[in-house]
Design a protein around this ligand. Structure first.
Ligand SMILES: Nc1nc2c(ncn2[C@@H]2O[C@H](COP(=O)(O)OP(=O)(O)OP(=O)(O)O)[C@@H](O)[C@H]2O)c(=O)[nH]1
Ligand SMILES: [Mg+2]
Length: 249
């Protein structure tokens, strides 16, 4: 629950307090079961968004738009990945991009350089995109049918997990500088995604990041996740991601 915007499913807000200092567990998921006090707050404020997202989904299907929602912490490399990906799709797929940021047109300006149709949503104080914003934005994109549409969500590993935009897939990006335990700490995002890109692998020799541990952590919350470790900077590992994008659907 983000208490600045009031977004989020507050059904399961939990406040935890360790009971005994020596009561430590090696498995982080185990700590949810032992040694903590839990308070649940009940409220559902997402139903309207879910309704609009379903409407978007039907609209996208009718238009033959394959829509991907890119979600990650700020700076994981969403825009860089798009800058690398879009030129490599040229001639195979028509591409549109919806950019989400609190402020500025910076990411839209970067995407514009690739030649793809782009529209920027600025959310002001908002920390996520919602289904209505996306519907308004696609109306501004002059897209062919079929098209591949990337939505770059606001950089935030929490709130965007809860907001269905009508996309076909959520793709979560984690970069190796963030630490391999993040799927344990932000499980909602990894549970909501179908694809997990592990970016900045070129930096692996310089940081304490264990790729296998990260994938194990992500699988512990979502065993269906498909992984693409890659470097958006060097292009290493991009082929598998491109192949997945081009797969007939
Ligand atoms: N070394 C390395 N740097 C990268 C890679 N991908 C992105 N970066 C750098 O990481 C920084 C952030 O990249 P962005 O693409 O702007 O990240 P973002 O996720 O779009 O950021 P927000 O939109 O602000 O959330 C930039 O300095 C990029 O050059 C990578 O694969 N390797
Ligand atoms: Mg960006």
């Amino acid at each position: 629950m983000c208490d600045t915007c009031g977004c989020g499913d507050t059904n399961h807000v939990t406040i935890r307090k360790p009971i005994q200092e020596h009561d430590h567990h090696s498995d982080p998921t185990d700590q949810q079961e032992h040694g903590h006090t839990t308070i649940n707050l009940e409220q559902d404020i997402l139903s309207e968004n879910n309704r609009l997202a379903e409407r978007n989904r039907g609209y996208f299907e009718a238009k033959e738009w394959f829509v991907i929602n890119l979600v990650s912490s700020p700076g994981s490399g969403k825009t860089t990945l798009l800058e690398q990906t879009i030129p490599l799709l040229q001639g195979t797929l028509s591409v549109g991009v919806i950019e989400g940021d609190q402020q500025t047109m910076r990411d839209a300006a970067r995407i514009e350089q690739t030649g793809a149709a782009v529209v920027q949503i600025n959310t002001g104080t908002g920390c996520h995109l919602d289904a209505q914003m996306v519907r308004n934005a696609v109306n501004e994109l002059d897209l062919q049918s079929p098209s591949l549409v990337f939505i770059e969500n606001v950089g935030n590993l929490i709130c965007p997990a809860l907001f269905d935009l009508g996309e076909a897939h959520k793709v979560v990006i984690i970069s190796v500088t963030e630490g391999d335990d993040k799927p344990y700490k932000y499980p909602t995002m990894f549970a909501a995604a179908d694809i997990c890109i592990i970016n900045k692998t070129d930096l692996c020799p310089h940081v304490d990041f264990d790729l296998e541990k990260c994938m194990e952590a992500a699988r512990s919350v979502n065993h269906h996740l498909k992984f693409f470790p890659l470097s958006a900077k060097t292009g290493e590992g991009l082929e598998d991601w491109l192949e997945w994008l081009k797969m007939p659907r």
